[in-house]
Design a protein around this ligand. Sequence first.
Ligand code: GAL
Length: 409
Amino acid sequence: MKAFKAMIAAATVLATGSAYATDLEVTHWWTSGGEAAAVAEFAKAFDATGNKWVDGAIAGSGGTARPIMISRITGGDPMGATQFNHGRQAEELVQAGLMRDLTDLATKEGWKDIIKPSSLLDSCTLDGKIYCVPVNIHSQQWLWLSNAAFEKAGVAVPKNWDEYVATAPALEKAGIIPLAIGQQPWQTTLAFQVILVALAGPDAYKTVFGDHDATFAAGPEMTKVFDAADKARAMSAKSNAQEWNQATGMVISGQAAGQIMGDWAQGEFQVAGQVAGKDYTCLPGLGVNEVIQTGGDAFYFPLLKDAEKSKAQEALASAMISKETQVAFNLKKGSLPVRGDVDLNAANDCMKKGLDILAKGAIIQAPDQLMSADSLNQVNDLFVEFFKNPALTPADAQKRFVDLVAAAD
Ligand code: GAL
């Protein structure tokens, strides 16, 4: 037994260049069934480097977790690594010099050649330095439909948004909630901007969320979008879910017919043993404008004084972007890999649809990549009110939205 232990210790030294496994606390907000299954792949890959993943899951949504992560870093109690979305969420932490520069590692490992689309690495880059490792591409541009719900209502599974809206009366008659939406603030904005892209088109979305063009936001194109959002509001009036995965659970059980949600919902269908195409149908871009939003997740590393932990941070970043971990993690997460050189032959029908759209280059950036966190939070609050309060007319909501777009940065 002693010889075996000596061999393990030697292997650990070889693997990590140090005699002891270094603990690294990693914070994230992945607590649903599918998310937990996926993040376990990261933990496994990191532990295989001879270090130790200390899980710092924070329950609730990103909107709950991020203020906790930020206050720990600014308050002098940093974790070893933390999740943020692609985009500008960690911008102020980086500007304050609190985050680790990964440029040397990125250069050594050729991330600029590996990561596709390169805009993902651009979202990690500030003043020419790289501060995060992108780990997936999550598109919000999906509608998930329960095949069983439409069968029970005696109607065909819709192929696009208009057909879906037209099934609402039959669904309600069968006691099925047409559209499930959770009440966390980011979920109603997600539904709105997915409808925007589908009905007004990707260019209209970029003009509003990217260029912050208030004149366009006030125009007739956007009035049509607010009218469609009003229909979505009526279809989801009986949806009492709070967390996004509770709403997904309603579609999995057939209690609700559909959910507009990012493709992380796939992790929940997988954990429930449901098969894409057989048990559920996915419509990218609501079956109208098939685009993939290059949102998703990246990991950032607070600047630490501890040399061993700093070395372990590099081992973690390297493990996260490695080919085998990219496949293992993304298949469980329902997201697409950030590398163009991995073979996802195990991908299901919906992931394959996403990969095809990505390969065509039909991509748009996520709101997190286009608006500051503060501006987006204000937009989120408006749509929480809009979906909760039928007295707020589409016209009045559009007027308030125009003011937020005009003031957005
Ligand atoms: C997003 C994140 C996804 C997913 C989702 C729901 O911000 O990019 O990975 O987990 O939150 O928690």
